[in-house]
Design a protein around this ligand. Structure first.
Ligand SMILES: [Zn+2]
Length: 481
C-alpha cells in the first residue's frame, strides 16, 4: 500500500516537473521579426547646443509667472522657424504651444506627440553637488547637463529637430500630426495638457493615439536581463490623498485618558500600513511580467512560465521590492502627521495625510472601502479630497499606434525587448488620453541604473548619443504617419 502511494507520488512529481520544464522551454520572447536599423543623418552638435540653450530658461513650474516661460516660447519660434511657418500654432493658456502639422489625407485620424518644458525646482542644498550649475546648459564632449535635459526638454528638442529637418526636406505626413509642449506638467498639467484636451473635445478632435513621456529604454536597470527593455507604457496610475482625523477631549497631559487622539490615529495608520491594498499579477501587470519574464535566464524564467504554480510565490517576491510592489498594487504612503501644538497639551485633534497611487484595477471608491475596512474604527473620520485622479484606462498593446512605436524603437535601438508597461507616477498623458483612442508613454532615450537618481535629482543630464537616437526615433516614427 505504502509502496503504491510512493509510486503514485513519484509519478505525480515527474509529471509536475515535466510540465514546469515544458512550460519554461516554450516560454520565450516572440521571435522579433528582423528589423533593419534605421539611422538618420542628425546634426547632433547643433541639437545639443540648442538643448543647452533650452535649459538656460528657468521654466520652474513652481514659478509660473517667470518671464522665462514666454521667453522660451519666443526662443522656440526663432530657433525652429520652418516648423512655425509650416504648422499652425496656438498657445493654450498662453503658455502651452500646440502645433498642427496638416497631413495629406484628412480622412485619417490624427496623432499627437507630447512633451513638457516645465521643470521641477532645484533644492538649494543640492547646488554644491552639481558638476555644472543646473541652469547653465553646459554642453561637454558627451553630455548636455542641467535641469530638464531628461525630464523633459530633451524630448521637446528632439521632436523639434526632427520636424524642422523633415519639413526642410519636403516631407509631409499622411495624417495630421500634432505636437503639444505642456508648461505645467510637474504641477498637474491642468492648464497645459488638461486645457489642450478640453479644447480638442470642444473642437471635436479625437486622436488615434498619443505619445508622451512615461518610461525609457532601460539598460541594466532590472537585474537578470540579457538585453535592454523598452517599456512602452499603456497605462498610468492615479493618485489620491486621504486625511484621517481622530478627535480628543483636550486638557493637560498630566491626567491623560488611556488613549489620546494621537494614539487612536497612530493605530489607524499602522492598520493601513499592515493591510496593503490587494494586488497581484493580473491585467496590465500580468501582461508586463508575462513579456518581461521571457527575457530572464533560469531560474526566474521557470517561475514566470509557471504562474499557475508559482504565482503566489512570485507575487510575494515582487512585493518585497518597492519598485515591483508599485507595479502590483495601489500603494499606501502615510506622509503627514499632526497632533497637539504643545507636548504637555492633550490633542483635541490629530490628523494624518496618506497618499495612495491607484492601480488601474482600483478606483477611488473601491480604495475608500478598503481604507474603512482596514482601519475599522468609528473614532476615525476619513476625509476624501475634492481633487484626485483615477488611474488611466489601459491602452491596447496590439493597436496600430503601439505597433508603430514598437517598430520605431527597434529600428532605432536595435536588439531591445519591448514590453507594455505601467507608469507609476502621474504625467500629462492622462489628460491627452481623454481625447485619444490609445495613449502610450515612452521617451526615446536609453538610460541606465545611475540615471534614475538624476530625475528630479542632482546632475540631470542627457548624452549626445541619446539626443541623436531620440531625433532619429521621432523621424522614423513620423515618416510612418
Ligand atoms: Zn516629466
Amino acid at each position: 500500500m505504502v509502496k503504491r502511494i510512493a509510486a503514485a507520488l513519484g509519478i505525480a512529481l515527474v509529471v509536475l516537473i515535466a510540465i514546469i520544464v515544458f512550460n519554461t522551454i516554450i516560454f520565450t520572447a516572440e521571435e522579433d521579426e528582423a528589423i533593419a536599423l534605421v539611422t538618420h543623418k542628425v546634426n547632433v552638435e547643433q541639437a545639443a547646443q540648442r538643448l543647452g540653450e533650452a535649459v538656460r530658461f528657468e521654466t520652474d513650474s513652481t514659478k509660473r509667472r517667470s518671464a522665462d516661460f514666454p521667453r522660451f516660447i519666443a526662443w522656440l519660434e526663432e530657433t525652429y522657424p520652418t516648423v512655425h511657418t509650416t504648422m499652425e500654432r496656438q498657445l493654450i493658456s498662453n503658455q502651452t504651444p500646440l502645433f498642427r502639422w496638416a497631413g495629406m489625407d484628412a480622412s485619417l485620424k490624427p496623432v499627437l506627440l507630447a512633451a513638457h518644458y516645465d521643470v521641477v525646482p532645484v533644492p538649494k542644498a543640492s547646488l554644491p553637488d552639481w558638476v555644472h550649475p543646473p541652469y547653465a546648459g553646459m554642453v561637454d564632449e558627451n553630455f548636455v547637463w542641467g535641469r530638464g535635459t531628461l525630464d523633459d526638454k530633451g524630448a521637446v528638442i528632439a521632436l523639434m529637430e526632427a520636424a524642422e529637418a523633415m519639413i526642410a526636406e519636403g516631407f509631409q505626413p499622411k495624417r495630421d500630426v500634432w505636437f503639444s509642449f505642456g508648461h505645467d506638467e510637474e504641477v498637474g498639467g491642468i492648464f497645459g495638457a488638461g486645457a489642450v484636451a478640453r479644447k480638442m473635445r470642444t473642437d471635436g478632435v479625437q486622436f488615434a493615439w498619443i505619445l508622451d513621456e512615461g518610461s525609457f529604454v532601460l539598460d541594466d536597470i532590472i537585474p537578470g536581463l540579457e538585453r535592454p527593455i523598452a517599456s512602452i507604457n499603456v497605462a498610468e496610475k492615479g493618485t489620491i490623498s486621504i486625511e484621517l482625523v481622530a478627535k480628543g477631549a483636550g486638557g493637560h497631559s498630566s491626567m491623560p485618558p488611556k488613549q489620546t487622539a494621537v494614539g487612536t490615529l497612530a493605530r489607524a495608520v499602522d492598520r493601513l500600513q499592515n493591510n496593503p491594498v490587494p494586488g497581484g499579477l493580473d491585467g496590465v501587470t500580468a501582461d508586463f511580467f508575462d513579456r518581461l519574464g521571457r527575457e530572464f535566464g533560469l531560474p526566474e524564467r521557470a517561475l514566470f512560465a509557471n504562474t499557475w504554480l508559482f504565482g503566489p510565490l512570485l507575487e510575494n517576491q515582487l512585493a518585497k521590492a518597492n519598485t515591483t510592489n508599485a507595479m502590483l498594487r495601489t500603494t499606501t504612503a502615510p506622509t503627514m502627521l499632526e497632533g497637539s501644538p504643545k507636548v504637555n497639551v492633550l490633542p483635541v485633534e490629530a490628523r494624518a495625510g496618506v497618499n495612495f497611487r491607484l492601480h488601474p484595477r482600483d478606483s477611488a471608491d473601491s480604495l475608500l472601502t478598503h481604507v474603512e475596512e482596514a482601519i475599522d474604527d468609528g473614532e476615525i473620520t476619513i476625509i476624501k479630497p475634492e481633487n484626485y485622479s483615477e488611474a488611466s484606462t489601459v491602452s491596447d498593446a496590439d493597436a496600430s499606434g503601439y505597433l508603430a512605436i514598437e517598430k520605431a524603437i527597434r529600428q532605432t535601438f536595435g536588439n531591445v525587448a519591448t514590453v507594455p508597461g505601467l507608469t507609476i507616477a502621474a504625467t500629462d498623458a492622462r489628460h491627452y488620453g481623454r481625447v485619444a483612442d490609445n495613449a502610450y508613454r515612452i521617451n526615446p532615450f536609453q538610460i541606465e541604473d545611475h540615471d534614475l537618481a538624476r530625475f528630479h535629482g542632482t546632475n540631470e543630464r542627457l548624452s549626445k548619443d541619446n539626443l541623436r537616437l531620440g531625433i532619429s526615433f521621432y523621424r522614423t516614427l513620423l515618416e510612418a504617419q
